[in-house]
Every structure is written in structure tokens, then in C-alpha cells.
Write a protein that binds this ligand. Structure first.
Ligand SMILES: *Cc1c(COP(=O)(O)O)cnc(C)c1O
Length: 137
């Protein structure tokens, strides 16, 4: 999201030449991050055959309302990206003010399910140290 110029001809040619199916997970937390240059870069990746998925972190005061999350999913889709994960944050030092409690997070997901087709609803997860996969909430 922050360096769309990185999706340059060299990278696109390399990706297009691969025989394996390529999946790229990008990280976008808010619809305002998807400006025209990001959308163009994502469209070029899609044209190179890359399957594009997004992961976000649920952040209090940034994207913790159903309207913002729904617009995020719709803008991602318009740019050729499907929502994949919505993470509860890792409890690192200095991030406590961004935390959204699990009950509210589940409520937001419920609201998204009512507003959006299923393919635009991300999986709500948390990463638990030592676990081999993300934990669904
Ligand atoms: C979750 C995650 C993975 C694993 O993705 P899965 O599709 O859940 O297997 C790999 N890299 C990063 C940075 C991740 O956050």
C-alpha cells in the first residue's frame, strides 16, 4: 500500500513468468489507503496472474466501525483484491489504545455479514504465539 512503485516491470515480468500459481497477501487497514496509484499497481499484479488477498488489523478509532470495514472490502474488491483476514492486534507495547474487545469485534463481523456478500467478509482471527495457524474468533 505504501510503495506501489515497487510493482514495476521487472517484478511483473518475473511474476508473469512463474509456472506456480502465485498468491500475494497485501496489508491494508483503511479504504483511504487505496488511492489510484495503489489500485493501478494491484490491477497490474492481477493481470500478471497473481491472486490478491488482503489482511487488516482491527484498530480502535481507525477502522472499528461497520461502515469503514464495508467500504474497505468494496474498495479492495474494486482493486482486484479479496478480503482474507481481519486480525485482532498483537498485544505489543504501546498498542493498547488500538485494542477492540472480542465481543465488539464479533459484532462488527456480524454487521458486515448483513451488508456484504460472503466473499467480501474477512475471517476474524487472532495470532496466538506457538500456534501453527491463526485462531478464528
Ligand atoms: C497469516 C500469515 C501467514 C500464513 O497465512 P495462512 O494463509 O493463514 O497460511 C503468512 N505470513 C504472514 C505474514 C501472515 O500474517
Amino acid at each position: 500500500m505504501v510503495l506501489p512503485e515497487r510493482i514495476d516491470t521487472g517484478l511483473l515480468d518475473w511474476l508473469a513468468g512463474l509456472t506456480l500459481r502465485t498468491v500475494m497477501v497485501v496489508h491494508c487497514n483503511h479504504p483511504n489507503e487505496i488511492d489510484d496509484s495503489v489500485a493501478r499497481a494491484m490491477q497490474r499484479l492481477a493481470q500478471a496472474g497473481v491472486t490478491l488477498l488482503n489482511q487488516s488489523v482491527l484498530l480502535q478509532g481507525v477502522n472499528d466501525d461497520a461502515g469503514t470495514l464495508a467500504r474497505l472490502s468494496e474498495r479492495l474488491f474494486a482493486a482486484g483484491i479479496l478480503p482474507y483476514y481481519l486480525h485482532q492486534l498483537d498485544r505489543v507495547q504501546g498498542a493498547a489504545h488500538f485494542e477492540v474487545d472480542d465481543a465488539r469485534a464479533r459484532g462488527l463481523l456480524c454487521a458486515l455479514r448483513c451488508r456484504l456478500p460472503g466473499y467480501l467478509v474477512p475471517r476474524l482471527v487472532r495470532e496466538v504465539p506457538g500456534e501453527r495457524s491463526k485462531q478464528p474468533l
